[in-house]
Design a protein around this ligand. Structure first.
Ligand code: T5A
Length: 210
């Protein structure tokens, strides 16, 4: 195995089990790699956490424009990549991310229907082709994902969107996944032990290849 850091991202709809998977991955990788950090998007820096609050908090008195939402997400992402992820990778640390840019293609491209060419320009400007080494997509239907997510309590601003919004997000995820390399798609509707077992197999295959 090389001594360079690796960036693994977990993606999927609300309630897909990303946070749960993040802990599983951290535990499984713990014996194999020198240092691991976890990140979440939006968030993970001072700027990012403010953006997270603005994006997730419902604001009945002011509608957050979809373009403002997009820009907040990229502001958060630039800070996270430059201040946290790249320095960690440079010292050989493995970074496990709860969401990254694929979420923007799915939610802002598919859900909000923002111009994909503009998202592409923002992506190039902000990230300069910086990509995860591996993306693990937890595949769950919007119906089941939302049911799991909403069991925990009150819906945030995005969770208050319609089922149709999340169906568009889901479709967009799959359109993007077809264009990507280094992706593992896991059936997240299965019981947790089965999901964890597949994650273990994916990581073992990845570790033996790097
Ligand atoms: N967003 C984000 C955008 O619109 N564009 C972007 O570019 C980015 C980066 C972030 C929000 O921002 C949006 C998307 C989001 O709306 P968030 O809180 O970070 O919000 O992300 P959520 O997806 O909302 O997080 P959730 O906590 O809802 O989902 P998780 O992390 O996927 O699910 P998790 O692990 O918390 O599990 C949910 C519940 O299911 C259970 C867990 O125990 C938990 O109770 N569970 C299972 N139950 C049965 N079987 C399994 N296999 C299970 N796995 C987990």
């Amino acid at each position: 195995m090389t001594s360079k850091g690796h960036f693994i991202v977990i993606e999927g709809l609300e309630g897909a089990g990303k946070s749960t998977a993040l802990h599983t991955i951290k535990r499984l990788l713990g014996d194999h790699v020198p240092e691991i950090i976890t990140t979440r998007e939006p968030g993970g820096t001072r700027v990012g956490e403010v953006a997270r609050h603005l994006i997730k908090e419902p604001t009945p008195d002011e509608i957050l424009d979809a373009r403002a939402e997009l820009l907040l997400l990229y502001a958060s992402r630039v800070q996270l990549v430059e201040q946290v992820i790249k320095p960690a990778l440079a010292r050989g640390c493995w970074v496990i991310g709860d969401r990254f840019e694929l979420s923007t293609w799915a939610y802002q491209g598919g859900g909000r229907k923002l111009d994909r060419e503009m998202i592409g320009h923002l992506s190039s400007f902000c990230l300069q082709n910086f990509k995860p080494d591996l993306t693990i997509f937890l595949d769950i239907s919007p119906e089941l994902g939302l049911k799991r997510a909403l069991k925990r309590g009150k819906a945030d601003r995005i969770e208050q969107e319609s089922l149709n919004f999340f169906q568009n997000v889901y479709r967009s995820y799959h359109e993007q996944l077809k264009k990507m390399n280094n992706v593992a798609i896991i059936d997240a509707s299965l019981p947790l032990p089965a999901v964890q077992n597949t994650i273990r197999q994916v990581l073992n295959a990845y570790l033996s290849a790097v």
